[in-house]
Design a protein around this ligand. Sequence first.
Ligand code: AMP
Ligand code: ZN
Ligand code: FE
Ligand code: FE
Length: 298
Amino acid sequence: MTIPATCGSGARNLPATSRPYAWPVRIDLHTHSTVSDGTESPADVMRSAHAAGLDVVALTDHDSMAGLEDAADMAAAHGMSFVPGIEVSCRHNGVSIHLLAYWPDPSHSDIVSMLAATREARVERAREIVRRVGADYPLTWDRVLEFAGSADTVGRPHIADAMVAAGLFPSRDEVFAEVLAGNSAYYVPHYAPEVMDAIRTLRATGAVPVFAHPGADGRGRVVPTDVIEEMARVGLVGLEVDHRDHSGSQRLRLAEIADRLGLVHTGSSDYHGTGKLNELGENTTSEEALASLKAARG
Ligand code: AMP
Ligand code: ZN
Ligand code: FE
Ligand code: FE
């Protein structure tokens, strides 16, 4: 892959012929916008990605493709390569699993209906969480809706934002720690497709599924290795090995699993704007890995 001459900053703007050596291509394949629970619009995420010196960037909002066109336009305007994506909420044996899926077909009814079912379930679930939290804290559904704004996908971070704005907590992180964690009495799960079905649907429609933060046990239960093996048999293409929610030893373990199962290693930021500490490009994916993901496109 060649670096677009307009990309990056400072010395990186040199035309290809006068570059003293090949600059590494910086690839971040996991970001969120206001279409789900990020704090920047899809176009602004792309502006931020350019400012952070990224060359290739994916937008992967939770359960929605609504931001992909705007993001693609803005990425092109900045000379970056854009990878359209989604982060699909899934379940297996009661455990929440997130699948990143690249190049989803926005016109395929199987994907459209899979995501719509989850988005609808998320609204009822958020209302129930707000009902429970509202018994102990001054919080109303209308207030949460204000913070969900124009989001296509409602999530716990919007509830957290309403509580932060009410002065109850300093940031999303504290609300998650005390009120919204998966083991809290206020927590309610939402419907999500069984992960093996989701992988089959994604592959059958040409998309490329990658297991997001498979070892992130700080957020809740994670699935054991034999489930990753089953996911690989069903059509999983990659594992997000490098992610801030993984320790060094988890990364080593996941890299070994990926190698053994022939899965692509990816790394990414999981950027949420100011909603989380994650910085664009803090973990990246290699050019070879991106080429392998592309090769798996249907
Ligand atoms: P939900 O999709 O409604 O279950 O909410 C989960 C989302 O909340 C995750 O995808 C993260 O984006 C976000 N999240 C989880 N833990 C935290 C945290 N400690 N601080 C901020 N955001 C978080
Ligand atoms: Zn999120
Ligand atoms: Fe996730
Ligand atoms: Fe994410």
